[in-house]
Write a protein that binds this ligand. Structure first.
Ligand code: DUC
Ligand code: ZN
Ligand code: ZN
Length: 481
């Protein structure tokens, strides 16, 4: 198959004169992009890819033999929460530990969320987040701006964020009333403004009022274990809000992106929107593809997977895998939001006080390969598309990021598709004392990672320091990909 495909892509003539001197040469790897699959060499000069070709005649400073390995673009995780103040504590990975763990797992760039404080400006939130992230990232990063209070002042800041700061996506919450949630009136107003300036709205689409009602009901009945976190957020709460968001996006014409979609009912709301020729982008997260709600049936241990929305049923996993192959789900992210066990214990007597979130930033690429590609659920090209290329396209970074092409940033993963290993808190690099996947055997291992031309990960070591990770200004977003 590889031999046939190589004819269809443009590669340099092997008899060409010396293509370059110095830099880094990755020899003989099987290069996978969202569309191609071929064996060739990659010559990197400085931060970018200089040439791709068969038997490149280069005299490099360093050569990596990638024979028998897959070579794909650095993963982009567009949904992470690092060092984030939330539910009375902070997520336990900071910008250094989180972006480093991401690199170990083949993710070279993340998009984190700034949360506006209700009553304050977007600018002040940006400054607060910069205070924690500036000079602290090992891997590359960007921000979405969460608008939690849309008013006349915030309205004026939307254009400034897009044009001055290169922050072109705005997050909204339809839940977490009193802290993060906006109402539909604010949503429509924000959509009009964001559309006007070429941005996109991401949404946590669950019906906050209904969830708050169910939480209160369960607590008043003394039902306080993690299982009731799950039972307080039934599928309908997500399906209803997803449909409502899609309706508002259709009315305003604003590009929309549903974060962490988990279930059949919500995906069907998106399917319905396509019947009026609408396009709404959909992200799911690795945990919703692989784990299910039976994990909540084990008393407090289930707190490890208390996240919002919660894990769902096996039939929802089937829907999500199908949705990826149907092109309805474009992105697989993580919603990485780790809390140590001690922090999870804040809710030992009351599920509503368990900090919501689970660690996955390091595991996404290997799990998706092992459970998706290796088990025949998705193709290799689809793997790259949903984990690397589509996040770059949707969020205004393509083709600088998200692919392997001449002129693109040399963010590259060299991957052994056959190496088996076990995931464990004992060996992971995330700052959290348990794993959501303890003991899982995965097939396929990240061996070497390049970030903008520098070897970041080799032989299970990180070779770059905090401060190397760069804030990536993003272009106006794509309403089509
Ligand atoms: N869900 C989580 O589980 N954690 C962070 C925020 C969110 O929406
Ligand atoms: Zn969310
Ligand atoms: Zn999130």
């Amino acid at each position: 198959m590889r031999e046939e495909k190589k004819e269809t892509i443009k590669i340099k003539d092997s008899k060409a004169p010396l293509a370059g001197v110095g830099g880094l040469l990755i020899k003989n790897g099987r290069i996978i992009t969202a569309t191609d699959d071929y064996v060739a060499d990659i010559h990197i000069e400085g931060e970018t890819v200089k040439a791709i070709g068969k038997n490149l005649t280069v005299n490099p400073d360093k050569e990596i033999d990638a024979t028998g390995k897959l070579v794909f673009p650095g993963g982009i995780d567009p949904h992470v929460h690092l060092d984030m103040p939330f539910m009375g504590t902070f997520s336990s990975d900071n910008y250094e530990t989180g972006t480093r763990a991401a690199l170990f797992g083949g993710t070279t760039m993340v998009i984190d969320f700034i949360l506006q404080k209700q009553g304050n400006s977007l600018r002040s939130a940006l400054e607060e987040w910069k205070g924690r992230s500036d000079h602290n990232c090992v891997g590359d990063y960007s921000f979405h701006m969460a608008v939690t209070d849309f008013n006349e002042h915030t309205k004026k800041e939307v254009q400034e964020m897009i044009e001055k700061e290169g922050i072109t996506s705005f997050k909204t919450f339809m839940a977490y009333k009193g802290a993060l949630m906006i109402d539909d009136r604010q949503m429509v107003g924000l959509m009009e403004e964001v559309k006007k300036h070429g941005g996109l709205i991401n949404v946590h689409a669950t019906n906050g009022d209904m969830i708050d009602f169910l939480i209160a009901k369960h607590r008043s009945e003394g039902k306080c274990t993690p299982l009731y976190h799950y039972l307080s957020q039934p599928e309908v709460t997500e399906a209803e809000a997803t449909g409502r968001f899609a309706d508002m996006a259709a009315y305003t014409g604003c590009p929309g992106y549903i974060v962490h979609l988990t279930c059949e009912g919500a995906l069907n709301a998106i399917r319905n929107a396509t019947r009026r020729n609408q396009k709404v982008y959909v992200e799911t997260c690795i945990q919703y593809l692989l784990l299910d709600a039976s994990l909540y049936e084990q008393n407090f241990e289930g707190a490890k997977w208390v996240m919002s929305p919660p894990l769902r049923e096996k039939k929802d996993q089937a829907t999500l895998w199908a949705g990826i192959n149907q092109g309805l789900v474009q992105v697989v992210a993580t919603d990485h939001c780790p809390f140590k066990w001690e922090q999870k214990l804040m809710g030992k007597d009351d599920f509503s006080k368990i900090p919501n979130g689970h660690p996955a930033i390091e595991n996404r690429m290997e799990l998706l390969y092992s459970e998706g590609v290796n088990k025949g659920k998705i193709t290799l090209n689809k793997y790259v598309e949903v984990a690397c290329t589509n996040p770059a396209k949707i969020f205004g970074m393509f083709p600088k990021k998200g692919t392997i092409a001449v002129g693109s940033d040399a963010d590259i993963v060299i991957f052994d598709p056959n190496e088996k290993h076990k995931l464990s808190a004992k060996t992971h690099h995330m700052n959290v004392d348990y794993s959501g996947y303890e003991g899982w055997e995965v097939t396929g291992k990240v061996k070497t990672v390049l970030l903008r031309g520098k070897i970041a990960i080799e032989n299970n070591h990180c070779l770059i320091d905090k401060g190397y990770g760069k804030f990536i200004r993003r272009n106006k977003v794509a309403d089509k990909i």
